[in-house]
Each structure stands twice: as C-alpha cells, then as structure tokens.
Design a protein around this ligand. Structure first.
Ligand SMILES: NC(=O)c1ccc[n+]([C@@H]2O[C@H](COP(=O)([O-])OP(=O)(O)OC[C@H]3O[C@@H](n4cnc5c(N)ncnc54)[C@H](OP(=O)(O)O)[C@@H]3O)[C@@H](O)[C@H]2O)c1
Length: 332
C-alpha cells in the first residue's frame, strides 16, 4: 500500500510517500481503507519530535517506533479480525487509531490502517469522510474536559480551532450560551460554528471586559490562570487544553507539561480547577456520543482544504501557518 513514511524526527519536508506492507491486523482490530485523515497539531509534534519529552513517552527514542504518522481517520472496513465482531467489510467508520496517549504515530496517513474496534464508530451518512476524520481526538478531548451538568455561560478561547470548534458546538448542543474568542480573520467561522457572541482577541482582552463566565474552555492558554480567574463567575470552572503553537510556546524539552503540573497542584486548593482524579470516559461510549452529535447535525466540522496523501508535508506546513478557516485533511 502507499503510505507516508517518517524515517527520523524533523521537518515535515522529510516525509515521503512510499510503498510499504499492509499493517498486521490483531484479533480485535479491523483493517480500514482510509478515505480521509485529519492534520492536527499533535501530528506535527510527533513528526518534529518536539517537545523532546514525547520521545521518552512512547513515540520512540531515536526515531518514531511507527514510521507512519496520522491518528484520526474515516474510511471503509476492508476486513475484520476474528474477535472484531462489531464491524463487517463495507461498513463506513471513523475513529482514532491510537489506543493510548496522542503523542505517537498512529499510521493513519496511509491507504490502510489497522484499528481496535472499540476506537471506531459507524460514520453517519450525513457527514463526509473528510468531516468525520476531523472529529475523533478533538471530540474526545472535549468530552473528557467538559464538566457534567448544565454549562451556563461558556467562553471558548481559540473557538475556530479543532478542539475549540468541537467544544463550541458540543457546549451549544448542551444548551450553553457560548462566546468564542478568536483572531479577526476567523470570527465569521466562529459565528458559523454557532457562537452566540464573539470576541476579537486582537482588539479585546476577555479577562478585562467585566463579563463573567461559568466555564472558560481555554485552548491557546495565552493568559495565565490568575488573569482568567477574573472572568470566572462564582463557582465557575477553568479548563486548559494548551497549545504550543508549533514550538513557539512551551519549553523545548517539556513543552507545556510544567504548566499542567502547576495547575494540577493548584487544583488541590482552587475549586475553579478540575481535579486530575476525575473519571476518563469510556472510549467506545464517547465515540458513540460523537457519532450521535454528527448525525443530529449538532456537530458539523468545517473542512478548509483536502490535500492528496502525497502532499502531506504541504498540509502540515499549511497547518502551522495558522491561516486555514476550518480543518485540514489528507486523502489517499
Ligand atoms: N485537533 C485535535 O485533534 C487535538 C486532539 C487532542 C489534543 N489537541 C491539542 O490541543 C491543542 C489545540 O489543538 P487545535 O487542533 O484546536 O489547534 P488549532 O486548530 O490550531 O486551534 C487553536 C486556535 O486558537 C487560536 N488562537 C491562537 N492564539 C489565540 C489567542 N491569543 N486567543 C484566542 N485564540 C487564539 C488559533 O487562531 P490563530 O492561529 O489565528 O491565532 C486557532 O484557531 C494542541 O496543542 C493539540 O496538541 C488537539
């Protein structure tokens, strides 16, 4: 099969399209013929090997253990292992290829990928393969972080991005009033995604407007928690997703990890911060929730551009420019 291959960590320009063996399919996995795979910041992290800590967290010390990047995809089941009874050849599915943490190559930038059946959900017929491929990890991280119960007045910082767009739409589907913060050029997209109000971060600082929110869902994390707290209503919650902006922020070796450790420590005495001990939702159930949100139209990813698989390096360059108005995918 044709696949994008990464021999070493470094610039995306080193990625090559090659012919390689089909992946081995374990008993509880299905072989998916990939129709679209999304291009998101975590893929950039593993391609470049930065921050360095990801190399000791399982991605591979000297070079990536799995040479084929990509984690999120949608496609058609080609065959199923003997214990993978949830799906049959011909089923249209979407999901994330990795079972555990994100900072590893997942093999999605290829014509075929083997995926554990519980990582997958049936792709709703009303969305394209390109749209469905944009949802898995951004949707899963959103479901993991949105608190249960009524959300009230929500601010999403970085609302046009992969994770921010999911958070905006899922919060709206749960009845929240949502304000989206973004760059001037992306405010139309934030409105299109369903925001009730928008704030242009080049003109205004959301922490100084006097408005109070029950939940601040902060993707870029460009303001310290101490400042964001000013914009929290009594009993409100602050969630940091974090974004290293392709090495421009975060530390070279540890990335944003020290900041997360700092917030986790503060969560012991700050009720605004979620406790690290909160339960992690079941993957299979969460994928079913995302499929329902897509099917109902509550979650409608907007795709800016699809690149042919051979042009994956260009797709990653386009991602880091930050000018896309919506998601980016590659198609084999
Ligand atoms: N997408 C996924 O599937 C996924 C899954 C799990 C984890 N993550 C992690 O989550 C983080 C975010 O990913 P993403 O896909 O959402 O990234 P993204 O698509 O680049 O979104 C980030 C958004 O924040 C905006 N932004 C930048 N600076 C801002 C500021 N000062 N105020 C308000 N908005 C600002 C960016 O717009 P401008 O650039 O125009 O300013 C961009 O639209 C990454 O660190 C990634 O590793 C992503």
């Amino acid at each position: 099969m044709k696949a994008i291959v990464q021999d070493a960590y470094g610039s995306p320009s080193r990625l090559r399209l090659r012919d390689i063996e089909l992946p081995a399919v374990q008993d509880d996995e299905v072989l998916v013929r990939v129709r679209a795979a999304s291009v998101h910041p975590d893929v950039w992290h593993v391609v470049t090997g930065r921050p360095y800590v990801l190399r000791i967290m399982g991605a591979g010390l000297r070079r990536p253990k799995n040479p084929v990047p990509g984690t999120d995809m949608a496609g058609v089941v080609e065959s199923a292992g003997p214990h993978a009874t949830r799906f049959r050849p011909g089923d249209e599915v979407f999901g994330e290829t990795l079972r555990s943490m994100q900072w590893k190559n997942g093999g999605a930038y290829a014509e075929y990928v083997a995926v554990h059946q519980d990582n997958l959900a049936p792709k709703p017929a009303n969305v394209s393969f390109e749209q469905a491929a944009c949802v898995p990890t951004a949707g899963l991280i959103t479901l993991l972080n949105l608190p249960p119960g009524p959300l009230g007045n929500v601010l999403v910082n970085g609302a046009a991005g992969g994770v921010g767009g999911c958070a905006l739409q899922i919060a709206k589907a749960r009845g929240a009033t949502v304000t989206g913060v973004e760059h001037t050029a992306k405010l139309d997209l934030v409105r299109k995604l369903g925001a009730d109000y928008v704030i242009d971060y080049t003109q205004e600082d959301f922490t100084r407007r006097g408005e109070r929110y029950d939940l601040i869902f902060d993707v870029p994390g460009n303001r310290p928690f101490a400042e964001c707290r000013r914009a929290l209503a009594p009993g409100g919650t602050y969630i940091l997703i974090g974004h290293d902006h392709y090495g421009a922020e975060g530390r070279r070796v540890l990335g944003s990890l020290p900041r997360f450790v700092g917030l986790m420590t503060q969560s012991m005495f700050r009720p605004e911060l979620p406790k690290p001990t909160r339960p992690v939702p079941d993957r299979k159930e969460s994928m079913a929730v995302l499929a329902e949100l897509l099917e109902s139209g509550a979650l409608t990813p907007i795709v800016d551009r699809a690149f042919p698989l051979a042009e994956t390096a260009d797709a990653l360059r386009y991602l880091t420019e930050g000018t896309a108005r919506g998601r980016i995918v590659v198609t084999p």
